[in-house]
Design a binder for this molecule. Structure first.
Ligand SMILES: Nc1ncnc2c1ncn2[C@@H]1O[C@H](COP(=O)(O)OP(=O)(O)OP(=O)(O)O)[C@@H](O)[C@H]1O
Length: 347
């Protein structure tokens, strides 16, 4: 197990600043996700931790060991970093059995056959594949192949497990159950995990903390509730979860949000144009005449809930409410809205 320290790491490809001044510490046994949209630099950061990419600047420590430092001329190659890795593509060797795939890292290390067999069997037990040891990868489902990759990453008992979108080739149901399995496995083994994803639900469900990136730069580091409930800026509020943005302006005693008919205290340090943000679940439906006056624009039945678009003061907001609420209401009908928490950001 190991603590990972990433100190002011940058990676520039010519003009492209793929990662810029990344600073983070991942605690021993912690599960940290790097979350951000496509092209934000998360894979590049992971590849630098793994040793597949050399930083342009900065230092990376795995435990007490400095593994990358261009300034000091230090670079430890991937195979000497005690890391297990799983990628989006299963990357299992097609001509080898499940057993041989999983035992491969130990064979390369030249361990005795009996030890390889014991540790491989243990790793297969861990990922619930003990019964399929003699199959070829082509005889496995996608989820099972990804479990083979996971067992192979864990078999050498690495200090650190790096996962890059490992679930994105799986269907939605399997993805959800694998999230849970990976998390359970991590808790059981106590291994430090850095997990790259663009899927905010995945990051929220699994992580102790999330590093949110955009355009090569860290936007916020916090636990899932922090980044969801108190996003540091508009980019994060928009990227994590659903949000309604509403026009706002500085006025008497705070920030005026005309559509809500409400003035909200201005956050410290805000100067210039502002925008208000409200999560759909922070809005409740009410009878016409109660709360803010709205008109139904559209509603989509989702089974367990209804996704509403409601016009208030010239702006349309999205509201997700229990399916039973205002069941008979349709487009054009008047409705009331009660808005709970309002966030304010620089525009
Ligand atoms: N070898 C390279 N040469 C030049 N530019 C690169 C190279 N690798 C990555 N980039 C650029 O660096 C930026 C970050 O890429 P990276 O793959 O880290 O993003 P990402 O967040 O992982 O995206 P995705 O989720 O799509 O994989 C992108 O603009 C990409 O085009």
């Amino acid at each position: 197990m190991a603590e990972i320290k990433i100190q002011a790491v940058s990676k520039h490809f010519g003009e492209v600043k793929a990662v810029d001044n990344f600073v983070a510490t991942v605690g021993d046994g912690e599960f940290v996700s790097i979350l951000g949209p496509s092209g934000c630099g998360k894979t590049t950061m992971l590849r630098m931790i793994a040793g597949f990419e050399k930083p342009t600047a900065g230092e990376i420590y795995i435990g007490d060991r400095l593994v990358s430092s261009p300034a000091k001329g230090i670079f430890v190659p991937p195979e000497k970093r005690s890391i297990g890795m799983v990628f989006q593509s299963y990357a299992v060797l097609p001509h080898m059995s499940v057993f041989d795939n999983v035992g491969y890292p130990l064979k390369i290390k030249g361990l005795p056959k009996t030890e390889i067999a014991e540790r491989t069997n243990n790793a297969l037990e861990l990922v619930h594949l003990a019964g399929l040891a003699q199959r070829l990868p082509s005889q496995l489902s996608g989820g099972q192949q990804q479990r083979v990759a996971l067992a192979r990453a864990l078999v050498a008992e690495p200090d650190l497990l790096l996962l890059d979108e490992p679930l994105s080739n799986l269907d939605a149901k399997l993805r959800e159950s694998m999230r849970f399995e990976i998390k359970e496995l991590q808790k059981k083994l106590g291994v430090t995990v850095i997990y790259v994803t663009h899927d905010q639900a995945e990051a929220m469900a699994m992580s102790d903390r999330i590093v949110v990136m955009s355009a090569g730069v860290i936007q916020q580091i916090g636990n899932p509730a922090d980044v969801y409930e108190t996003p540091a800026n508009k980019i994060i509020a928009d990227f994590i979860g659903l949000v309604n943005f509403l026009a706002a302006e500085a006025g008497e005693g705070g920030i005026v949000v005309p559509a809500l008919g409400r003035t909200v205290p201005a956050p410290a340090g805000l100067s210039g144009q502002a925008v208000a943000a409200v999560r759909p679940e922070q809005i409740a439906l009410a009878a016409p005449g109660e709360g803010i006056a709205g008109t139904v624009v559209h509603k989509s039945y989702l089974g367990d809930a209804v996704d509403w678009r409601i016009e208030i003061g010239g702006e349309t907001v999205r509201v997700i409410a229990p399916a039973a609420a205002f069941r008979e209401h349709k487009a054009g009908d008047k409705i009331g809205l009660k808005v709970d928490k309002v966030m304010i950001f620089p525009a």
